[in-house]
Design a protein around this ligand. Structure first.
Ligand code: CS2
Ligand code: MG
Length: 402
């Protein structure tokens, strides 16, 4: 089953997405997400200029061989651009395999290990009162696991919190904005936030929190320790993880569970973290970590060390990635939880999909393949519109430490 066409579709239905569409000689096609937030066109070029010419004429059924060919054959390995491009090819080929086999992809991955995929929602507020209201709103929608972020007194803008009453969207249009950061203000504030949330909502709800790599290891240890009375489900990205051994220091001081990995793109980024059990949840996702094939290898390594998965699922990961993530989540035994930040109606119209949400759980559906499509004519009506993640500086203007 030869590949006869592969093309990259860049569209911006409210935010930018890059999608690869691979077509076989039988007319079957598959989709893969290739969106790298704020650096979208680099992946689009990597695919169009360097990968598509290699795909034409290849056997669409040879998923693992194609993965190895693109990873090892390029000589230049790893990195977010390369791995997002390889992920898009891999995801599209799994979609094709499912369609040809007339089975949803999760069945090809070993079948369902659970009835549905537990997801967590976001509750964000400019202050604690707003955060409390946001948690109440997500509880009304049926979520039983909620990530809570709040503006910090004394800090003008905080990453992860929406502005002007709008839902939080990671990328900002109109140039790169800069945020200011005070570790001391944050460390004093964050236990108070969770004290209030627990006193309002009790102990049953699962609470999560994202530190967005803002702390040193010893500061992260302090945060984890101070948060112990509020028994978080996880504390995410407490410190950057280029130096994986840094997490030993955090582990020595706190039993707050740790989730890491949304910026990782390879099993080698988390090898030590997993093998030394320095984390509890690995957040690598389909689009940025080499696709379904590579993510399964990460999950298999994690399973040996009692580490669960907790894939990234922010709005910059397209519905194609969300569909693929849900097939992976449903099948993999050591699944933990999946992030769910619903897309806008505009995005959902460009990417019609079978996956559904109900009462805190999602399901990828039973359609053959991934169960997601792209309306190319509609996508063409939304041209690329540059947007960037904000830059973070300390109060004195220094780029933040880590
Ligand atoms: C966040 C994201 O969802 C998360 O956990 O960390 O907002 C992340 O920063 C963006 O998806 C980056 O593109
Ligand atoms: Mg995060």
């Amino acid at each position: 089953m030869r590949i006869v066409d592969a093309r990259v579709i860049v569209t911006c239905p409210g935010r930018n997405f890059v999608t690869l569409k691979v077509v076989t000689e039988d007319g079957v096609y598959g989709l893969g997400d290739a969106t790298l937030n704020g650096r979208e066109l680099a992946v689009a070029s990597y695919l169009t200029d360097h990968i598509v010419p290699l795909l034409i004429g290849r056997d669409a059924r040879a998923i693992e061989d194609t993965w190895q060919y693109l990873y090892k054959g390029a000589y230049w390995r790893r990195g977010p651009v390369t791995m997002s491009a390889i992920a898009a090819v891999d995801t599209a080929l799994w979609d094709i395999k499912g369609k040809v086999a007339n089975l949803p992809v999760y069945q090809l991955l070993g079948g369902a290990s659970r009835e549905a995929v537990r997801v967590y929602a976001h509750a964000n507020g400019l202050d604690v009162d707003q955060a409390v209201k946001a948690v109440a709103h997500q509880l009304d929608l049926g979520y039983t696991a909620i990530r809570v972020q709040s503006g910090i007194p004394g800090i003008r803008s905080t990453y992860g919190v929406g502005r002007d009453g709008r839902p939080y969207e990671p990328a900002e249009k109109g140039g790169v904005s800069e945020h200011r950061w005070s570790t001391e203000a944050y460390l004093t504030f964050v236990p108070r936030l969770f004290e209030r949330i627990r006193s309002e909502f009790g102990d049953d709800l699962d609470l999560l929190h994202d530190v967005h790599h803002r702390l040193t290891p010893i500061e992260a240890a302090r945060a984890g320790k101070a948060l112990e009375p509020y028994h978080l489900f996880w504390m995410e990205d407490p410190t950057p993880a280029e130096q994986q051994s840094a997490f030993r220091l955090i582990r020595q001081h706190t039993v707050t569970p740790i989730a890491v990995g949304e910026v990782f793109n390879s099993i080698f980024d988390c090898q030590q973290l997993i093998q030394e059990q320095l984390i509890d949840y690995i957040r690598t996702t389909v689009v940025h970590a080499g696709g379904i094939s590579h993510l399964r290898k990460i999950a298999a390594l994690a399973e040996l060390h009692q580490v669960r998965t907790g894939s990234h699922g922010a709005t910059d990961l397209s519905p194609v990635c969300m569909a693929a993530a849900l097939h992976f989540d449903l099948s993999v035994h050591n699944f933990g939880i999946q992030e769910h930040m619903p897309h806008t109606a505009e995005t959902d119209t460009v990417f019609p999909h079978e996956y559904t949400y109900q009462s805190g759980f999602m399901h990828p559906g039973e359609s053959p393949g991934l169960g997601v499509d792209i309306d190319e004519a509609l996508a063409a009506q939304y041209p690329y519109d540059p947007a960037y993640l904000p830059v973070n500086r300390r109060m004195d203007g220094t780029m933040h430490d880590w």
